[in-house]
Design a protein. Structure first.
Length: 234
C-alpha cells in the first residue's frame, strides 16, 4: 500500500490523500464518504453492512472493501491528517475506534471493556485492540505524535487528545499545576507505564466533530441508508 499526500498547510483548504493498492492487497474503509475519486474496475469496491459489533464500535452502518490494483483519493478536512501504523508494533495498544479510518486485510479487532472510571469520563464503554499482520490508518486533528511513558514520571495529556495507549498503562483523571492552572484547563489523563502513547496535537474541529462525538446509532444509520440522508437528517 502506498499513500501520497497533497497538503495545503495554513490556508484553511481541505487536504487530499491518494492511496494505491497493489494486486492482492485489500483495505477496509470505515469512512467511505471521504472517497471522492476511484480508479479501478467497478467490482473492486464492495460496500458491506457491518455486523452489530462494528455498528456499535464505529456508530456507522456501512464499510467499503477496496481491492487492488486500484487507487483512490480521500478528501480530508483542513487540519486533519492520516497516519498508517503497522499493527505488529501496536498489538498491546488500546485505540479509540472513532479515530480508525481504515485497516488492511489480515487484521482482526477485539473489544476491551474500560473501567467504570474511564467510562464516566470518556462515555466510551470499549476500546479496540488490533492484532494480526497489516496496517491501520489513524485519523487525527493535527499530526499524530508519540510520547514515551515512564513508570515513575507521569505524563499529563489533554483528555480530548489521547488516541491510543498501552493496555498495561495506569490512567488517572486529573488537572495539574497550581490552583489557577487547574481552574482553566481541560481534564487531563495522568499516565504512567511502559511504552508510549499516541495523541493528536489539535483539538477536534467542527466538521468532523459530528463523527468523533457521541451521536445516536439510529440517526447515523438513517443518514447512510436514506438517499440524501446526510442533508435532511441533522
Amino acid at each position: 500500500m502506498e499513500i501520497t499526500y497533497n497538503i495545503h498547510p495554513g490556508n484553511g483548504q481541505s487536504q487530499g490523500m491518494e492511496v494505491q493498492l497493489a494486486a492482492g492487497e485489500k483495505l477496509h474503509m470505515l469512512n467511505s464518504e471521504m472517497i471522492i475519486a476511484f480508479q479501478g474496475d467497478s467490482h473492486q469496491r464492495e460496500d458491506r453492512i457491518m455486523d452489530w459489533k462494528g455498528m456499535f464500535r464505529k456508530k456507522k452502518w456501512l464499510r467499503s472493501d477496496l481491492s487492488g490494483p486500484c487507487r483512490f483519493v480521500l478528501s480530508l478536512p483542513a487540519g486533519y491528517s492520516v497516519r498508517s501504523i503497522p499493527v505488529m508494533e501496536q498489538e498491546d495498544f488500546l485505540f479509540d475506534i472513532r479515530h480508525v479510518l481504515f485497516y488492511t486485510s489480515g487484521i482482526q479487532m477485539k473489544s476491551v471493556i474500560q473501567t467504570m472510571k474511564n467510562v464516566v469520563v470518556t462515555r466510551d464503554w470499549i476500546r479496540m485492540k488490533f492484532y494480526g499482520s497489516g496496517e491501520i490508518g489513524i485519523l487525527s486533528q493535527g499530526p499524530l505524535v508519540e510520547m514515551k511513558l515512564a513508570p515513575d514520571a507521569p505524563v499529563y495529556i489533554d483528555a480530548s487528545c489521547l488516541v491510543a495507549y498501552p493496555q498495561n498503562a495506569k490512567l488517572d483523571l486529573c488537572v495539574y499545576g497550581n490552583q489557577l492552572a487547574g481552574q482553566h484547563m481541560n481534564y487531563h489523563w495522568k499516565i504512567t507505564g511502559q511504552g508510549y502513547v499516541l495523541m493528536q496535537t489539535g483539538k477536534p474541529g467542527l466538521r468532523l466533530e459530528e463523527q468523533l462525538k457521541d451521536d445516536g446509532l439510529i440517526k447515523r444509520m438513517l443518514r447512510e441508508i436514506i438517499p440524501f440522508g446526510g442533508i435532511f437528517i441533522k
